[in-house]
Design a protein around this ligand. Structure first.
Ligand code: GAR
Length: 222
């Protein structure tokens, strides 16, 4: 993408990942144009974060629509007002239908709080603790029709502390997310990372395994 990548961030909640993007862009460390923040929930705190950063906001409540496709169509029509190059799902807790995914094929990123392909779906932190896993983390990936199954780009992994609660583990994972998500989106924005034929390409080569950053228990990158 030659021009500054027009980015729509989609949220449903607190928006701490959105805040990480805002902070990076404001500091000059991330070269994305944060064009709009979209929420499916009017009370999402991320909308406040966007307004505080003078980013346009849009909200359409999924409950106002009879089915997923009609909500998806309304969301796409709204987003297209900004002609986004890239859609960043940052805690957007709606499953996207096939038509929506196809419309923005290869231009939707998600972050999922697990080391995919392990633990797609919900309650990942508790499931990791219950399984006694040594490592946990988060994955930035392209969105395809398969839930949490699109080609991976970047993972941040950190050691699990067996005695910690799911909330404590979630907080440590989120701190990692705030590092890796803007970084991976920046790679896409500058054209280093692309989605082609259902796979991730990094620097012109197929990358079926994600880049992995390892962090220590205090969140320092190793
Ligand atoms: C993030 O931890 C993200 O990984 C997760 O929601 C959280 C949103 O936090 N996403 C999913 O679970 C998607 N399946 P935030 O609103 O503070 O950025």
């Amino acid at each position: 993408m030659a021009t500054r990548c027009k980015t729509a961030v989609l949220i449903s909640g607190s928006g701490t990942n959105l805040q990480a993007f805002i902070d990076r862009v404001e500091s000059g460390a991330l070269n994305l144009d944060l064009s709009v923040v979209f929420s499916n929930k009017p009370d999402a705190f991320g909308l406040v974060r966007a307004r505080n950063a003078d980013i346009p906001t849009a909200c359409i409540e999924h409950g106002d629509f009879a089915d997923r496709d009609s909500f998806d169509r309304a969301m796409a029509a709204k987003l297209d007002e900004w002609q986004p190059d890239l859609l960043v799902l940052a805690g957007f807790m709606r499953i996207l239908g096939a038509a929506f995914v196809a419309r923005y094929a290869g231009r939707i990123l998600n972050i999922h709080p697990a080391l995919l392909p392990a633990y797609p779906g919900l309650n990942t932190h508790q499931r990791v603790l219950d399984a006694g896993d040594k490592w946990h983390g988060s994955t930035v990936h392209f969105v395809t029709e398969e839930l949490d199954g699109g080609p991976r780009i970047l993972q941040g992994r950190l050691p699990v502390i067996p005695s910690e609660t799911a909330d404590q583990l979630a907080a440590r994972v989120q701190a990692v997310e705030h590092r890796i998500y803007p970084e991976a989106a920046g790679w896409v924005g500058e054209g280093r990372v692309e989605y082609r034929d259902g796979r991730t390409w990094i620097d012109g080569a197929i990358a079926d395994e994600p880049v992995v950053h390892t962090f220590d228990i205090d969140g320092r990158k190793r």
